[in-house]
Design a protein around this ligand. Structure first.
Ligand SMILES: [Zn+2]
Length: 97
């Protein structure tokens, strides 16, 4: 089993629906492949995180900056009605009034 084959089975692996005959190959691959081990570890943490449904409060300076950036971007898009492409060149908040 290589990385591509393993990643194709990743969902089954986490759902527990993986074929037991493949499971041995999966375990063997995980023992020898650091990359896939990290993928499994990260995915597991992500799943745990959402299961616990924890909310993470952004520190207020970060939240303010994020809100400001979103509002700037929204205003910029409103100004450039001819092209709604979001890229740094089309964002000109100074024109917004
Ligand atoms: Zn791998």
């Amino acid at each position: 089993m290589n990385c591509t084959e393993f990643l194709a089975k990743l969902t089954d692996f986490f759902d527990g629906t993986i074929d037991p005959s493949i499971m041995e190959e999966v375990k063997t691959h995980l023992c020898s492949c650091h990359h896939c081990e990290v993928v499994v570890d990260t995915t597991r943490h992500t799943i745990d995180f959402y299961r616990k449904n924890e909310q993470y409060d952004l520190p207020s300076p970060v939240a303010d900056r994020l809100r400001g950036a979103i509002m700037d971007r929204c205003r910029a898009i409103g100004v450039n009605k001819d092209g709604l492409t979001i890229n740094s060149k089309s964002v000109t908040p100074s024109k917004a009034k």
